[in-house]
Design a protein around this ligand. Structure first.
Ligand SMILES: [Zn+2]
Ligand SMILES: [Zn+2]
Length: 279
């Protein structure tokens, strides 16, 4: 394995500091966290003690690459104005919470157009992102995550992601996160050397590796193009080991956080990390 930044999404029951320490314990060199419950709009304010503990944990462990994932409730492309407004404020708040901790990246789901059509969905998403970027701390970057294309979710093609980047006039605070399960379910094959190279050549052509800041590393329960967003342990899903072996030995991913979002039960992350490291 040549990838240097490898880790997982870690629960924050002992705070963000606790998550960093737990990540180190299980062998992570990068982690992903929430800064609040992803199922609720409300969030507890962040205290100086919480920030101090987080920074201390980063120092102790040497973990500096931390990605934050946003709330599942946010949909900036929603049809109703109330939910849309709430989502924009929610995303802005998430970005400012990252800034309080000194976290560089907020990973965001691109939302769903809920019947309004892709074009209108992207227009609303761009408008929302523009507002959130304007009203949040400039130290934080917004990462748009590729989706599986379930229902009317946006971002299942590299072209749609690029449309959003274009809509934001190439703002350098916006970049991309690839989820391996999602792209596979959306129809991008990475199972063999040939298909892997083909998929990432497409990515390079449409978006470009310079805009890639994180990877979600998940095998897929759903088959190629199934549009199912269900994560499997590495090598135990439809993608299989080879795609991940290629990924963690690919120079282009050497310094990009590669983060598991696989099931956590029965030492799931420990097993998946060990497998990736064995490649
Ligand atoms: Zn993901
Ligand atoms: Zn997913």
């Amino acid at each position: 394995m040549i990838a240097k930044l490898i880790g997982a999404h870690i629960p924050i029951k002992n705070g963000l500091g606790g998550a960093v320490r737990h990540g180190k314990q299980i062998g992570c060199t990068a982690i992903q966290v929430f800064t609040k419950s992803p199922q609720l709009w409300k969030a507890k304010p962040i205290t100086d003690e919480m920030v101090a503990d987080y920074k201390k944990a980063c120092e102790e462990t040497g973990i500096t690459e931390v990605v934050c994932h946003d709330s599942y409730l946010i949909n900036m492309a929603a049809a109703g104005e109330e939910l849309r407004e709430k989502s924009i404020l929610g995303l802005t708040d998430e970005m400012n919470r990252c800034a309080q901790y000194g976290i560089r990246y907020l990973n965001s789901h691109m939302g769903a157009h809920v019947g309004q059509g892709v074009e209108e969905g992207i227009r609303l998403l761009v408008k929302g992102a523009e507002s959130a970027l304007k009203n949040s701390d400039p130290s934080v970057m917004l990462l748009m995550e590729t989706t599986a294309g379930t229902g009317s979710s946006l971002g299942a093609t590299f072209e749609q992601l690029q449309e959003v980047l274009d809509g934001l006039h190439g703002d350098q605070r916006v970049a991309v996160c690839i989820d391996t399960c999602h792209i596979f379910a959306a129809g991008y094959d990475i199972r063999t050397k040939e298909t892997y190279e083909e998929t990432f050549a497409k990515f390079e052509n449409v978006i470009g590796f310079d805009r890639l800041k994180a990877v979600h590393c998940n095998d897929s329960i759903g088959t190629l193009g199934s549009k199912k967003d269900r994560h499997a342990h590495i090598g135990e899903g439809e993608i299989g080991e080879e795609g991940f072996r290629l990924l963690v030995n690919d120079k282009r991913f050497e310094n990009i956080p590669i983060l598991l979002e696989t099931p956590i039960e029965n030492q799931g992350h420990e097993r998946d990390l060990a497998k990736l490291k064995s490649f």
